[in-house]
Write a protein that binds this ligand. Structure first.
Ligand SMILES: [Zn+2]
Length: 126
């Protein structure tokens, strides 16, 4: 009987954890959507923003950025970044530089446009 109860409790724990994880995933998704809305409506402020792991967990694993100088756009794979997952998305602006402009000796901070579930254009550089 004790073993049966142990199994029941373990099953309930697993179910509760799965529900909790689904709720957190939903919260992370909503956080990304609210940040996107702010970017679309006003272009900012970019702070506060989700963390990199919240964005990935919420299904928004890509960040679309634009170079303020040459206007070239690219999608950044958040999962491939070397920054810690607790890094806030808005803190990436100064760290993501345009490679074209870097060759020209300019390294302006990226303009953050939106979080997206997948890359919208192929990228050959990171
Ligand atoms: Zn550029």
């Amino acid at each position: 009987m004790a073993r049966a109860m142990t199994t029941i409790l373990a099953t309930q724990a697993a179910e509760a954890r799965a529900k909790g994880e689904a709720l957190i995933r939903q919260a992370d998704k909503l956080l990304c959507e609210s940040w996107n809305e702010r970017m679309w409506a006003d272009g900012g402020p970019i702070d506060p923003s989700p963390t990199v792991d919240q964005a990935i967990n919420g299904g928004y694993g890509w960040l679309e950025i634009e170079c303020p100088r040459c206007k070239s756009r690219r999608d950044v794979d958040l999962a491939a970044l070397r920054h810690p997952p607790t890094t806030l998305v808005h803190d990436l602006a100064s760290r993501l530089r345009c490679s074209k402009c870097a060759k020209a000796g300019r390294r302006p901070s990226a303009t953050l446009l939106q979080l997206t579930p997948r890359a919208r254009q192929a990228t050959s550089e990171t």
